[in-house]
Write a protein that binds this ligand. Structure first.
Ligand SMILES: [Zn+2]
Length: 374
């Protein structure tokens, strides 16, 4: 759903941060939205007991600078919220692959769901708790003497926004934190797949309510969030089904066994002749003792000289044991550049290849067999 974006040059706590292209649009938009509402916000803050003179705050370029500071602070707040998830996930031994900021906020992409029951709830609740603590800290900061009106404005705006962030994320809708807490607790009573189905039903109801409310009040942003919750909630159900299908299964069950392997001395010409009668998307290259060295993909043969050797054509390929968990291999498959894994026996000899197509075909076959053949 979210594409690769621009990577920040620093990694807080070792977690890579990416900015989605949509973020570039939304930052100035938020700066403008906040800037154009400075007088209204100042009035609101006045009713909360923080007296600010709105006149100097709305003069010249000041509101736009306040808006920019507010927007940057808002996205920093989202980032801190996501880091809250990432650090607690780390306590359970789960790595965060990246945190992406996009126009609907932030996403911490975890390497895996924490395996221990109830852990998902703890990781999920860490985000809103982080935001709530940040809100309290900022609210305390506003009370400091000698804070300039402009700074007091931005800090109190962020205190309120972080409180809102904590509350909004507690909505019981997947993929929001509240939905994850709900699902994780339901697992105790219903098991994973059933819990996800129930949590996703509740999510859809929340999404519909939010969508109707956003529509009636002309809040496009809420409408977008409602659609996002609806789509992401359904994706969670599919993911839970796939996890259940993979549970306890081995790589050997889904791989293509005994692929046609070649050695380093093969040439592009020979590979072309081979592919004309045994057409495959890729040919693994093995050493004399059968260990995988790389793969030559059929597309790599396009336009190369007949004499080019397999050694020059091949690309590196990651290996996976035939008796490894299919679940882990699928994750490895998703991140490997070669698009396939070399499956090896305990002695390190090539016994198969595993591609995404193999996994999809295997899933279809198990679904057809009722998935009950264990
Ligand atoms: Zn969160």
């Amino acid at each position: 759903m979210i594409g690769r974006g621009w990577r920040l040059p620093f990694r807080p706590f070792g977690v890579p941060i990416e900015l989605d292209p949509s973020f570039a649009l939304v930052l100035p938009l938020f700066a403008w939205l906040i800037g154009s509402q400075v007088a209204a916000y100042a009035e609101l803050l006045g009713s909360l007991g923080l007296e600010l003179d709105p006149e100097p705050l709305t003069r010249g370029a000041t509101p736009w600078l306040l808006g920019l500071a507010g927007a940057l602070g808002l996205f920093t707040s989202v980032l801190v919220h996501e880091l809250g998830h990432a650090l607690v996930a780390r306590l359970y031994g789960v790595k965060t692959l990246r945190i992406t900021l996009w126009f609907l906020g932030g996403v911490a992409q975890l390497d895996d769901l924490p395996k221990r029951r109830g852990a998902e709830a703890v990781v999920a609740i860490a985000g809103p708790i982080t935001s709530a603590l940040l809100s309290l800290g900022l609210a305390a900061l506003v009370r400091l003497e000698g804070l300039a009106d402009g700074a007091a404005f931005v800090v109190s705006y962020l205190a309120i926004t972080n409180a809102g962030l904590a509350l909004f994320n507690l909505l019981p809708a997947l993929p929001l934190d509240g939905g994850r807490v709900l699902r994780s607790l339901l697992v105790f009573a219903l098991g994973e797949e059933r819990a996800t189905a129930v949590a996703s039903g509740i999510s859809r109801a929340v999404a519909v309510l939010l969508g109707v409310y956003g529509f009636l009040t002309f809040q496009v942003f809420l409408l977008a969030i409602a659609f996002f919750i609806d789509a992401a909630g359904r994706a969670e159900v599919t993911a839970a089904r796939a996890r259940r299908a993979f549970a306890g299964r081995r790589v050997r069950e889904a791989m293509t066994p005994e692929p046609i392997a070649v050695d380093l001395a093969w040439t592009a010409g020979q590979l072309r002749r081979l592919s004309s009668f045994r057409s495959h998307a890729a040919y693994p290259v093995t050493s004399v003792d059968g260990a995988p060295l790389g793969v030559v993909r059929a597309v790599d043969l396009d336009g190369v000289d007949d004499a080019t050797s397999a050694a020059d054509l091949m690309r590196p390929v990651e290996a996976v044991r035939a008796d490894a968990d299919l679940d882990d291999a699928v994750r490895q498959l998703a991140s490997t550049a070669a698009g396939r894994l070399a499956v090896v026996d305990p002695e390190g000899r090539l016994v198969g290849l595993l591609t995404k197509t193999d996994v999809v075909r295997w899933l279809q076959e198990t679904a057809r067999d009722g998935g009950a053949t264990r």
